[in-house]
Design a protein around this ligand. Structure first.
Ligand SMILES: Nc1nc2c(ncn2[C@@H]2O[C@H](COP(=O)(O)OP(=O)(O)O)[C@@H](O)[C@H]2O)c(=O)[nH]1
Ligand SMILES: [Mg+2]
Length: 281
């Protein structure tokens, strides 16, 4: 499988983040609620060590509710502050303010003891491409925010968004790379559309997705397409191709087209709300 990230990009992005992170108190990391493990960058724990940490399970509107609750627990047990957000609709976004306050409690207390009052908390958004960083920043900052511009003494070119009297947000998110050495991770990223489609085989992807859903969410595919489950994923896809009239020249069934339909419906959340990996493994 091929990805759009290369070592040169990674080194550059990592260096930029290591610089930016010096300026901030809390790292707000977005992961995709459908794949909370595979969409998490492996190096961020090292880069962000000694910082307050928040994980936002974004796009939770597309994920399985019970599994999302399990993931929230799982990351909380690892010491993260966790919140569920739908950056697109804004659901859960305002509550992130309180999560920031509680994640930074120790810092606020430390400042208070030193007589520093009301120093805003500085936050930074990080996450892999397409996870929803820009959408979240727009939603979280809203229209009320003011850009504070370059401040003397702060790295040149950094823009801060004043969210309220307590929080400032670095306006450029840190772009992280996924753990793409791992094939399973790559496959899951492809399922949610995080990897450019043109480099992937849509038929293989569609078949893998049908296999996964038939195993962990039995009947979901069949109910949505109103077809019988086949002996294997190929037969199920065949049933979908027939049902949807996916034909190529000569009236042969067009499996690629059917697989494309399944992938698009899945990514759009039409088939249902699915989490593609579970905390227990
Ligand atoms: N359903 C859903 N879509 C989202 C959510 N957040 C972002 N998106 C969509 O995900 C896509 C990528 O978002 P974007 O903010 O550009 O990601 P970025 O690359 O991390 O900045 C866009 O099409 C957004 O509309 C969410 O919580 N739910
Ligand atoms: Mg963006």
């Amino acid at each position: 499988m091929h990805f759009q990230w290369y070592p040169g990009h990674m080194t550059k992005a990592k260096r930029a983040m290591q610089e930016d992170i010096k300026l901030i108190d809390v790292v707000i990391e977005l992961v995709d609620a459908r794949i909370p493990y595979s969409s998490k960058n492996p190096d961020i724990d090292e880069i962000a060590k000694n910082k307050a940490r928040i994980i936002l399970l974004n796009k939770y509107d597309l994920a399985n509710k019970e599994k999302t609750a399990e993931w929230k627990n799982w990351y909380e047990n690892k010491g993260f502050h966790v919140a569920l957000v739908n950056s697109k609709s804004g659901a859960g976004v305002r509550a992130v303010n309180e999560v920031v306050q509680s994640a930074c409690k120790e810092k606020i207390e430390r400042d208070r003891k030193r007589g520093i009052l009301n120093r805003p908390i500085r936050a930074m958004i990080v996450g892999i491409p397409n996870v929803g960083k820009s959408t979240f920043i727009n939603s979280f900052a809203g229209k009320a925010c003011t850009k504070t511009g370059n401040k003397p003494g702060v790295t040149k070119g950094k823009q801060w968004i004043r969210l309220n009297k307590n929080v400032e947000l670095l306006d450029t998110p840190g772009i992280l790379w996924p753990k793409f050495e791992d094939q399973t991770v790559g496959l899951r990223l492809a399922f949610i559309g995080s990897i450019k489609d043109e480099v992937l085989n849509v038929l293989d992807l569609g078949l893998e997705l049908i296999k996964f859903l038939d195993t962990y969410y039995e009947g979901a595919i069949e109910e949505f397409y109103q077809v019988e489950q086949g002996e294997d994923s190929i037969e199920t896809l065949k049933n979908i191709a027939i049902k949807r009239g996916c034909l190529q020249k000569g009236n042969e069934l067009d499996y690629d087209k059917a697989a494309g339909i399944v992938m698009d419906d899945f990514k759009a959340g039409k088939i249902g709300k699915f989490t593609l990996e579970f905390p227990e493994y």
